[in-house]
Design a protein around this ligand. Structure first.
Ligand SMILES: [Zn+2]
Length: 178
């Protein structure tokens, strides 16, 4: 049993200026995520990186502008993160087409095999892919720790709502990284 870090959707379309769904608070989230990832690499954690990964004509684009289309720049992890993890072998990538990192992926089997003691969470967007993934982790009774200052979304009210929901309804632990 080991601790494990999950980094949710730190992709160009969400966190890089000109990204399709970029929001300004991403500038605050990126350094925190990099700091956590570097620290966890130094402790040899398994790190799971989720990536939103859509076909060109995904039905989700009826509600959101097209984003994270497979194999485009927008779907890649942001440059500094990509560089930071490029030689790190203890990385797992989950490509997903819905908010939850469990839907249509083999994340369930991966976690069963790893049987983590605790799962740490950072990434974006707090109220969407972070929260719907945390919900499914808590359904499976994992010990989940969300770093609230290493998550963010396009609306601070929704960020605070989601943090409150994950803590008080889903039973995740919430702490600050910095
Ligand atoms: Zn999406």
């Amino acid at each position: 049993m080991n601790d494990l870090l999950m980094v949710i959707d730190m992709q160009n379309d969400f966190v890089t200026k000109k990204g399709a769904l970029y929001f300004e608070k991403a500038e605050f989230v990126k350094p925190a995520v990099l700091d956590i990832v570097r620290d966890r690499i130094s402790k040899d954690y398994t790190i799971i990186f989720t990536k939103d990964w859509h076909d060109k004509d995904d039905l989700e684009f009826k509600r959101f502008p097209p984003h994270c289309v497979k194999n485009t720049y927008g779907s890649e992890l942001f440059d500094d993160l990509k560089e930071t993890i490029k030689d790190y072998e203890n990385s797992i990538f989950i490509l997903k087409r819905r908010f939850s990192a469990f839907f249509g992926t083999n994340l369930d089997e991966i976690l069963k095999k790893l049987s983590p003691f605790k799962i740490e969470i950072c990434g974006v967007d707090t109220n969407i892919c972070v929260m719907y993934t945390v919900e499914e982790l808590k359904n499976r009774d994992y010990d989940v720790l969300v770093y609230e200052d290493a998550t963010g979304t396009y609306d601070e009210k929704l960020h605070l709502f989601a943090i409150d929901q994950m803590k008080n309804v889903l039973g995740a632990r919430v702490e600050k990284w910095r």
